[in-house]
Design a protein around this ligand. Structure first.
Ligand code: HMG
Ligand code: MG
Length: 317
């Protein structure tokens, strides 16, 4: 392991309020979402996915986006903290810009089958739809993040050729996304395939623009983040308590738990700017509302141990 390659500082994109909740059946009150996001910001998060402006009949949990964003904006300054909202098309962008959203995320995938179910467009059609969204967003001074879903595997097509992730990432980069998040939508990625996908993506997208988004369906997510660190990647999406999933990827479980990542980064002496104790409190706040137990291993230990958190760091060895 060449620690020299590791970034000294990383940024977490906390996706708990969007990816974390979008697949949950019990609808959470808007006020509870606001409080959750406030707690996450208080924990130190600088990048928080707030919601998505998608069809409410497709993702019911996000149907309060128009009410939620202004309430969040009242307590968190979008010029200081990235408050990211997903926009699938021009209609979504219009709604977001009316509310003063500064950070939007567009999303597509490497797989036509997944994309058709998720956004009613093939990969190629999705580029035609996304291009004007990015153009308009950039023209109005917004920042645009781009997602490449099913980069490792598709729920309908199986294993995906890493070259597809490379090509989709390249296209999003050329269109003007400031960051490209490579998504393991169904959690089939492994450290080996992370290296293979990064080999392709990094051919055209510069390292500092790449983010990694792992779902932990097969328990590989933390190992996959390690592979990302080995390649110098400094941006990681994760979700409070490990919540998450996509209604169009049945059986896929939550994102890697933010607590697990904060712990991992700390053990390498990598600064991520988020307070672990406050993160646990934020995650438990939402898990209680959902009446769910956490899949985050660190949070499980925190709950079971009732002990002072022991955080090993490089100076202990
Ligand atoms: P469509 O049916 O192709 O849209 O949906 P359309 O343009 O044909 O319009 C149909 C109707 O929807 C119209 O209403 C539009 O106004 C309305 P009508 O005139 O019939 O009454 N409509 C909208 N309403 C509100 N907001 C909008 C909007 N657009 C159209 N933005 C669309 C296309 C993409 C909108 C739809 O398929 C959709 O909303 N899909 C939901 C996708 C989604 O949110 N998936 C989860 C997020 S992606 C993910 O989780 C993966 C990620 O985490 C990374 C990873 O893990 O890999 C990011
Ligand atoms: Mg996801």
């Amino acid at each position: 392991m060449n620690l020299e390659q590791f970034p000294k500082k990383v940024r977490i994109v906390e996706v708990g309020a969007r990816d974390g909740l979008q697949n949950e059946k019990s609808v959470i009150d808007t006020a509870d979402k606001v409080e959750f996001i406030k707690k996450l910001a208080d924990a130190g998060h600088q990048s928080i996915e707030v919601t998505s402006f998608v069809r409410p009949d497709r993702i019911a949990q996000m149907s309060d986006a128009k009410e939620l964003f202004p309430l969040v904006k009242k307590i968190i300054d979008p010029d200081k903290t990235q408050l990211i909202c997903l926009v699938p098309n021009l209609k979504g962008l219009e709604l977001a810009s009316e509310l003063g959203v500064k950070d939007v995320a567009v999303f597509t995938a490497t797989s036509d089958s997944f994309n058709l179910k998720n956004i009613n467009a093939t990969v190629s059609q999705s580029f035609d739809r996304i291009e004007p969204v990015i153009e308009k967003a950039l023209a109005s001074g917004m920042r645009v993040r781009g997602y490449v879903s099913t980069a490792f595997g598709c729920p309908y097509e199986g294993a995906m050729d890493p070259r597809k992730a490379g090509l989709v990432a390249q296209r999003l980069d050329q269109m003007g996304c400031h960051e490209i998040s490579i998504g393991d939508t169904i959690g089939t990625g492994t450290p080996y395939s992370v290296h293979k996908v990064l080999d392709e993506v990094l051919k055209s997208v510069s390292q500092e623009k790449v983010a990694l988004h792992f779902h932990d369906t097969r328990g590989m997510a933390v190992a996959n983040v390690m592979a990302g660190l080995e390649r110098g990647i400094a941006h990681y999406d994760s979700s409070a308590g490990g919540l998450g999933g996509c209604p169009y990827a049945k059986g896929a479980t939550g994102n890697v738990g933010t607590e697990d990542l904060i712990y991992l980064f700390h053990t390498f002496g990598i600064d991520c700017g988020v307070d672990l104790d406050k993160q646990c409190v934020s995650s438990l706040y939402m898990l209680e509302k959902l009446e769910k137990y956490t899949t985050s291993k660190f949070l499980q230990a925190y709950l079971n141990g009732k002990m002072k958190i022991y955080m090993p760091s490089p100076k202990d060895f």
